[in-house]
Design a protein. Sequence first.
Length: 305
Amino acid sequence: MKREKASESLSYWQQAKRFADASNGMPTEAAPLTIYYSFLNASKALLTYKKATFSQHHGVAGVRPENARAALSTEIVHLKGGGILPELCRYLGESVGNSEHSLSDILWNIPFIHRAYCLTYHSKGELFIPLEEVRYVKSSTTEECWLEAQIVPRFSDKRKLLSIPSSFEYFERDGNTFVRRKKRFRWFGGRSNATKRKEAHQRLVRYHSTLRRIVVNINGNRDLWYLKRASDQNSAAERHTLVLMFAAMHRLSELSRYDPNGLDRHLSGKANWLISEFVHGAMDQFIDQIATEITGCQFWQPKIR
């Protein structure tokens, strides 16, 4: 059974690559369709490899309210209760059920296009605080461990730090500003048997799984991570980047298939740069994260420290 699942997963992965290859060189108006199907098959590869049970329904749909003008804020993405995307949510530890987010809010929460988003829509504030030296540390006197990172100096404005998630706190050390998660987990100290080491590792995995939606990075630079700031007006705040990219590309693929005039209106307006940046940059980001989930390994581009 394990070998059968691995073979099935590989078939989905190869299909994802075929759609990715077909997307190369495609214009922005057409690329969302093949890119989305690459995302869909890559997600199936992950879920199959992890032995998750899922229906073949996509589990997501988009709509623009009747008579609404074409704007990212009026493109509504509906996450359903079952299907591939809801199962991906479940795998990532997110809530599953009927929920809606605008395409504008979804793109606002995706780190690799966040700068483009903020330059396009000045009314939306910056969500991400750049971090350096992100690491797990262990107390020198107890078995307690926690996540800790240094804030990039020019982003250590105390007013902005007031909006970090309530589960984090900031502090000063050696003239620099750091953040750390308040919650701790127990590691093992000294010589420990295999059972204790395994239990400690499981605690680390559980601890890490609750961080992945608010401490994120961008493919291509493993040294620079981002802490997502808290915002009461952010309905998509708790969604993992994989879920957000899947949902956004699905809506753009719907527009490409069924409403090319609507997509053209977006691309003819101020969202042109933002949508183009997302469409042509999302593939590397999505596949990198899916591959990391499948293998448990991080991937670096050559010649990047």
